[in-house]
Design a protein around this ligand. Sequence first.
Ligand SMILES: Nc1ncnc2c1ncn2[C@@H]1O[C@H](COP(=O)(O)OP(=O)(O)OP(=O)(O)O)[C@@H](O)[C@H]1O
Ligand SMILES: N[C@@H](CCO)C(=O)O
Length: 313
Amino acid sequence: MSVSVFAPASIGNVSIGFDVLGLAVQPVDGSLLGDVVSVELAQQDELSVIGDFADKLPSSPADNIVWHCLKLFNQALINTGQKVKPVKLILDKKMPVGSGLGSSACSVVAGLQALNAFYDDFFAKDVMLKMMGQMEAQISGSLHYDNVAPCYLGGLQLMIADPEIITRTLPVFEDCFYVMAYPGIEVSTKAAREVLPTEYSRCDVIQYGQTLAGFVDACYRQDKQQAFGQFTDVVAEPYRENLLPGFSDAKAYLYQQNCLAVGISGSGPTLFAVTDDQSVANAAASWLKEHYLKTNLGFVHVCKADNKGARCL
Ligand SMILES: Nc1ncnc2c1ncn2[C@@H]1O[C@H](COP(=O)(O)OP(=O)(O)OP(=O)(O)O)[C@@H](O)[C@H]1O
Ligand SMILES: N[C@@H](CCO)C(=O)O
């Protein structure tokens, strides 16, 4: 019996919600923007890695985060008195590493959910999400759920302070398009966190809280003007934009083309642009392909919110 799970790309932070907001996205053309992990019974544990970005991962399977997911999952089974079965894992690495698209989260979520599906969904969602957070923290050096939560649960996720609840699902703007432009260069999450200040001014703290609270209120009232009208990131973008060649010029151009909002996806270098007009989305995608991509590994997708999250194929 073999199980395959797909886990979608996500926009961490969503600009105005550093470490607190995350949105899962899917290309409108139906292509799979995310990772896939398959699990089947085997003589012994093994991991093989295929896919467009397999060569960008550590050469030893033992250094792959999916292997660490298997070890964590098996220990959790043992701790609950369950019998562990030897399995073969296949990771189809479709997501670029260090992209800002939640690439490691895709592997973590697909890996752990595939294992849980193989064991007939033995663990509850809250246990699964905590294991996903633990793996994401291991790989990026600090605990943040803003990629794994939307990747696993789908939609727009708001991380709350209660460690037993972790996240709440917010209403999305179903008519909005999210144009995702990955330039083809790598920016590590760890490095992008190290450039951030350790302290912020009172003014920045108030602006962060006000903008985030205003965005959440706007989601519930489906008020796009309020949601995107004051879309200024004071926590990360001012310190990360110089890691992203061409980001500032692209942002200025896309706002002139009537995009509702433009920001850094996660820790970058992927840029995202929001619009509720498909012709604006398509024009932005064409421009970004021409002007924002830096290598032949780069790509642009016109996406919408992915409300399903991780799912069996
Ligand atoms: N399956 C995997 N997927 C992604 N990264 C992996 C995986 N296994 C191990 N790694 C390593 O983990 C690190 C991931 O780094 P980082 O968190 O910056 O990138 P990312 O999560 O892939 O990108 P992002 O979250 O910005 O989309 C890299 O050094 C990578 O080699
Ligand atoms: N929220 C984290 C990871 C997002 O992918 C950061 O910006 O560092």
